[in-house]
Design a protein around this ligand. Structure first.
Ligand code: MRU
Length: 346
């Protein structure tokens, strides 16, 4: 990959600033956990697995900076660091998964001295990042088998290298099919209001020479009806036990259109995106973001001042529309509840 989404470098966290793409490729350095939390909130880094990695690195920075005479004081302050990071974005479960993993790691080593615990947390955050890259490659391998030679694949939002430690989930499947020489092409929904498709998916696919065509969100049905789309692959922010999947707003509409036009609709996600504690998608918390994202385009007003606005950032696609959930451990189809539980041995 020709860019790094996030890395731990010289005791700082370095992230590509996704608010400035595609115009400028700028890398920001973060030296304390509060600024990492602000970066997650402000979408400098976004995408479920990537914000998990960022939160883990935030915990490691926070642990490094805690001043404590006792373990009790250290662990109390570490809880506070975790709480601040957990309050950044509510929908993607990978954020909470990563924070929990960091907490459990600290707990498991609570008998060691504080400096050792700090070092162990730093190593754990780096492992989460490196594992994510391997997991995305495995998702890619498992999903590429579903993409036929010469296919046109529609994707929504950005579930690419920018949304993970690298390689991507939905775009991991696309990358792997491309690397296998399948001569595929991608249709990228622009993904209003934040334009992850236009600004990020188009940018990373172009950069890698994977053929990509940008369309406005309301054009997907047009191309499906004309038989120009062979399948849809999207990422996920949280998958409930029955397979209902939260992903970027607009995903649900794409899934319904896909069903109507007999186009298979796949979700690609790591096992860390599963939330089997939730029975179905109604229980997934949905983030609502600032009205400004809807009323303005790159700072330019496109709606009358004072207009009432709703801006949910995610929607839930019912499991019945999903042809398969592609994970690093295999593809689950049919009875999702049974298949997803079997994947994680629950
Ligand atoms: O608001 P965002 O940009 O964080 O939303 C991202 C998505 O909805 C992605 O599709 C999802 O996180 C999967 S990323 C591999």
């Amino acid at each position: 990959m020709s860019f790094r989404t996030i890395e731990w470098r010289d005791n700082k966290v370095v992230m590509i600033d996704q608010t400035r793409l595609p115009g400028e490729e700028v890398y920001n350095e973060y030296d304390d956990f509060r600024s990492v939390a602000e970066a997650i909130k402000g979408m400098v880094i976004r995408g479920a697995p990537a914000i998990g990695v960022a939160a883990a690195m935030g915990v490691a920075l926070g642990a490094r900076d805690i001043i404590a005479d006792t373990h009790e004081s250290f662990f109390r302050q570490l809880d506070n660091v975790c709480d601040v990071l957990a309050r950044t974005r509510p929908t993607a479960v990978n954020l909470f998964w990563a924070i929990q993993r960091m907490k459990r790691t600290a707990e498991a080593h609570k008998d060691k001295d504080l400096n050792s615990i700090r070092q162990i947390l730093k190593a754990e955050a780096i492992s989460i990042e490196q594992e994510d890259l391997q997991i995305c490659r495995a998702i890619g391998r498992n999903g590429a088998a579903l993409i036929r030679e010469g296919a046109t694949v529609l994707t929504h939002c950005n579930a690419g290298g920018l949304a993970t430690a690298g390689y991507g989930t939905a775009l991991g499947v696309i990358r792997a099919a491309h690397e296998a020489g399948k001569k595929i092409q991608v249709f990228a929904d622009e993904t209003r209001p934040w334009l992850q498709g236009a600004r990020l998916t188009a940018w990373e696919l172009l950069k890698e020479g994977i053929p990509v065509t940008l369309i406005a969100d309301n054009m997907a049905g047009f191309f499906m009806k004309r038989g120009e789309i062979d399948c849809v692959v999207v990422g996920a922010d949280r998958i409930a036990a029955n397979g209902d999947t939260a992903n970027k707003i607009g995903t649900y509409s794409v899934a319904v259109l896909a069903r109507e036009n007999r186009v298979p609709f796949y979700v690609a996600a790591p096992v860390s995106t599963l939330d089997l504690s939730l029975k179905n998608g109604d229980e997934i918390p949905i983030e609502e973001r600032h009205a400004h994202e809807v009323t303005h385009l790159q700072g330019y007003p496109v709606a009358p001042e004072g207009i009432k606005v709703r801006n949910p950032a995610f929607d839930v696609t019912p499991a019945k529309y999903i042809a398969g959930i592609i994970t690093e451990k295999g593809v689950v189809r049919g009875d999702f509840e049974k298949g997803l539980r079997a994947l994680v041995g629950q």
